[in-house]
Ligand binder design. Structure first.
Ligand code: FES
Length: 137
């Protein structure tokens, strides 16, 4: 597996998302209240662009009429036909054993590590002020 520097952390603040390219794979990085998730931009149903999907929470019921809402903004709803995926695992909400969108590990690396370490990219003389998002594919 290769690690790819995809964006400065400052470009994906909490409550936003960004479509990035990691080794020629279109991947969407979501920042949900400071937690980062990375999933393929292609919905496994018919290829819908998940970057345009709506984030919702998880609604469960242990009995009729007794609803419980949790995991706010951690469920991604495809914009084309509404299939839902768990951002943490990529698994479909309706058929988690057989349907999923590819989910990728995502880390934050200090800027100094990116410029000096094995994740080095072509660089020019710059000041290091930000952390970077790194996706492993
Ligand atoms: S393309 Fe995503 S639900 Fe159909």
């Amino acid at each position: 597996m290769a690690r790819h520097v995809v964006a400065p952390l400052s470009e994906v603040p909490p409550g936003t998302r960004k479509l990035v390219d990691a080794g020629r794979r279109p991947i969407v990085v979501f920042n949900v209240e400071g937690r980062l998730y990375a999933v393929s931009n292609r919905c496994p149903h018919a290829g819908g662009p998940l970057v345009a999907g709506k984030l919702v929470g998880l609604v469960e019921a242990c009995e009729p009429g007794a609803y419980r809402y949790s995991r706010r903004n951690e469920i991604l709803k495809c914009p084309w036909h509404g299939w839902e995926f768990d951002l943490a695992t990529g698994k479909s909400r309706c058929d988690p054993d057989t349907v999923s969108v590819r989910a990728y590990p995502v880390d934050i690396e200090p800027g100094a590590n990116v410029l000096d370490g094995p994740l080095a990219v072509e660089t020019f003389e710059v000041a290091v002020e930000n952390d970077y998002i790194v996706v492993t594919v």
